[in-house]
Ligand binder design. Structure first.
Ligand code: IVH
Length: 678
């Protein structure tokens, strides 16, 4: 190896590493909706990669992240896939590109310098949601495509039609035969907060920000649920042949007159000063908007000039984004307090000297668990950095080292429950400290009742947090079974509750007796048994008695049930107090039985273990799963020597394919499979 290649080697390695990191970051952002690095960090890595690729042109690769936009399609270049994708994937008429980012006046000046002199610039808000492309044929909405990988996207029209501001049909005769409107789908702040509150109650993972929530919502296969969540859209770009207008601004005005939802915050500017004023104004004013924004978009107004400027592989040259700086503040960590949840998890909370952040006053932030506090090495008395990650839940991201050397003691997590005094436990492999006093710790008791009556569980109206607290204080409710002993006179005797609301509550309680077994099981609040898991368990164990005697091994055979969940279930039934409660619930006539699972209708697949992989044309994956089971076969997740065959659809993952080849496992097309079981 000569001297030069030795110098080059680390940079070539860095180039390869950056490609991998950026590809992964794209996947986490667009597909999983769980971003792991900030936009800024992403841009910095991307710039470094671009610089390295320019230095080593021999390493050009058309699939590098510098050459394509991130993809939200279920199958990525990585071969990783998200299951259950039933949307039709459609090629875009015009590629859906991204925007180059800028962070300073200098960068904007650099961009303006490359434009034709005197070019008008349209300033718009940069909405922080996900882009959508709406196709209108003869004035009728015919497709609504996500960006996908920029070349093709998923058609989510049924979900888009739930957005009230998007017209299904334009009642005018002067609209072009075909046009496309692009815009951003968003979940307004109020909707986002309500959704997260609901998820918190259900112990479901919270969405980090409205963008992730909107993205998760748009991918749902249930338009009714999408409608309930209340998405919104702003449109900002019209394309097509023979469209009216010579400027971008005129086109948006036209779209507005056709009834489309176009933001009012659009301004034509003639100088960088004017642009900077617009930015300064909206950096403050955006805090009063109903939806999230993360910057400004600058677009050349004249469409002929746009065409002249053209595109790079990923972005138009005629537009650029300016990103607002993430808000960060230094403040005093006054005290760490502790909150006890319904499952006994003790969460440390930072109590801060109040600071203004992204338009709201912040005085509390979660510290998650003991390890989080230790990793940041923070204690009361420290000055800590508070950030609004993705513009929402405040996070502590670090401390300012003061160097006064005053704090020598280590941080100690509390040892006893702040609510009931029980000694806390931390089980192996868990990050949380937990109060084990399930039956005697007030927030756990009240939390379990709140969960039991919640909408997705027993759905008992009229019993909110305050009412439950009141009933608990008055000794009317000590556990979930007490609900069914409540009497009209007991309830009506409480302050704030007249006879009418008392009757309302009793009606809700009566109606809950019809709630199906799967939801009753979910309502019991067994640790880690969420809504979906409860459904799967209830399908296998169609009576509470059969479930009561199930072993860990038997329970682990159910899809999605791992050893921890199985153990929680077994432990639940080992506790005599739970058995007493169940007995009372049974006597109260709750549904403790469900429909038995259909027994196999044929034994054509008896004894076979079948893996499903890829996407299918004739049936969904769930339908194939059901077909396998009703024909006596078993659907398994991963390929092994024991696999009888793989039911292989389009775009099967390369790893599975390789494993199948290595082990000599046969691939079967869906047509062959259907013929086989016919
Ligand atoms: S114009 C050819 N205008 O930002 C580029 N995009 O980071 C057309 N976005 O993918 C996009 N607000 O999802 C445009 N007023 C706006 C926007 C906007 C938000 C999003 C869009 C784009 C992303 C790029």
């Amino acid at each position: 190896m000569d001297l030069f290649s030795e110098i080059e080697e680390p940079e070539r390695e860095e180039l390869k590493r950056l490609r991998k990191e950026l590809e992964e970051a794209n996947y986490k952002y667009y597909v999983l909706n769980q971003p792991t690095i900030s936009d800024r960090e992403f841009d910095e890595k991307m710039h470094r990669l671009q610089a390295l690729e320019a230095m080593y042109p021999d390493m050009f690769d058309a699939s590098s992240p510098t050459q394509h936009v991130g993809s939200d399609l279920a199958v990525t270049g990585y071969g990783l896939r998200v299951t259950g994708n039933k949307f039709e994937t459609v090629k875009h008429k015009y590629p859906m590109l991204s925007l180059a980012n800028s962070y300073s006046r200098e960068e904007i000046e650099d961009w303006v310098r490359k434009l034709p002199s005197g070019a008008e610039i349209v300033c718009e808000l940069k909405f922080d949601g996900l882009s959508i492309s709406l196709w209108y044929e003869h004035g009728v909405l015919v497709r609504a495509l996500t960006r996908g990988d920029g070349q093709q996207g998923d058609d989510v029209i049924a979900n888009i039609k739930t957005i009230k501001s998007i017209p299904w049909k334009i009642e005018r005769t002067d609209v072009p035969e075909f046009f496309e409107l692009r815009g951003e789908v968003l979940l307004p702040w109020t909707r986002f907060e309500a959704l997260n509150k609901e998820r918190e109650e259900q112990e479901e993972a919270l969405f980090a920000n409205p963008r992730n929530a909107a993205s998760g919502t748009l991918k749902l296969q249930d338009p009714k649920e999408v409608a309930r969540r209340g998405l919104e859209a702003y449109l900002y770009y019209m394309l097509g042949e023979n469209l009216p207008g010579k400027t971008h601004f005129e086109r948006l005005e036209t779209a507005k007159s056709w009834g489309f939802h176009i933001s009012d915050a659009i301004k034509v500017c003639h100088s960088v000063d004017e642009v900077m004023n617009y930015i300064a104004y909206w950096d403050t004013e955006r805090k009063n908007l109903p939806v999230a924004t993360d910057g400004i978009v600058l677009k050349v107004n004249d469409l002929a000039q746009q065409e002249e400027l053209g595109y790079t592989a990923k972005t138009p040259r005629w537009a650029i984004a300016y990103k607002f700086p993430a808000e960060k503040q230094l403040t005093l960590l006054k005290e760490i307090t502790y909150q006890v949840g319904r499952t006994g998890v003790v969460t440390p909370v930072a109590n801060l000297e109040p600071v203004q952040l992204s338009g709201t006053m912040v005085q509390r932030a979660t510290l998650h668990n003991e390890d989080f506090i230790k990793s940041l090495d923070i204690r009361p008395g420290d000055k800590v950095w508070v950030e609004k990650g993705g513009e929402i839940i405040p996070k502590i991201t670090g401390k300012e080292v003061t160097g006064d050397g005053l704090q020598v003691t280590d941080f100690q997590f509390i040892t006893h429950c702040p609510e009931c005094g029980a000694k806390l436990v931390r089980e192996e492999g868990e990050a949380a400290w937990r109060c084990p006093n399930e039956a005697g710790c007030p927030p756990q008791i009240k939390g379990k009742i709140e969960h039991f009556v919640s909408r997705k569980a027993m759905n008992i109206d009229g019993m909110g947090e305050e009412t439950i607290d009141l009933f608990y204080q008055k000794g009317l409710l000590k556990n979930i079974a007490d609900i069914y002993d409540l009497k009209l006179e007991d309830i009506a005797a409480q302050e704030r509750l007249g006879e009418k609301s008392a009757q309302n509550i009793l009606d809700g309680i009566e109606a809950s007796k019809q709630v199906p077994w799967a939801r009753v099981l979910f309502a019991l609040g067994i640790r880690m048994v969420g809504e979906t898991t409860a459904k799967k368990i209830a399908r296998k164990y169609n009576t509470i008695d059969s479930l009561q005697w199930a072993t860990v091994e038997q329970l682990c055979a159910i899809e999605d049930v791992g050893p921890q969940i199985a153990e929680n279930i077994v432990k639940y039934f080992e506790d005599i107090r739970n058995l007493e409660i169940l007995d009372r619930l049974r006597k109260a006539d709750l549904q403790m039985e469900g429909e038995a699972e259909a027994s196999p209708t044929s034994d054509k697949l008896a004894g076979m273990s079948i893996v499903i992989s890829g996407t299918f044309a004739h049936h969904s994956r769930d339908e194939y799963k059901a077909l396998i089971e009703t024909n006596g076969g078993k659907n398994v997740g991963s390929v092994s020597k024991k696999t009888s065959f793989i039911l292989a659809g389009e775009n099967m993952g390369p790893e599975k394919r390789k494993k199948a080849e290595d082990l000599g496992v046969k691939l079967m097309s869906e047509e062959e499979f259907l013929e086989m079981i016919e």
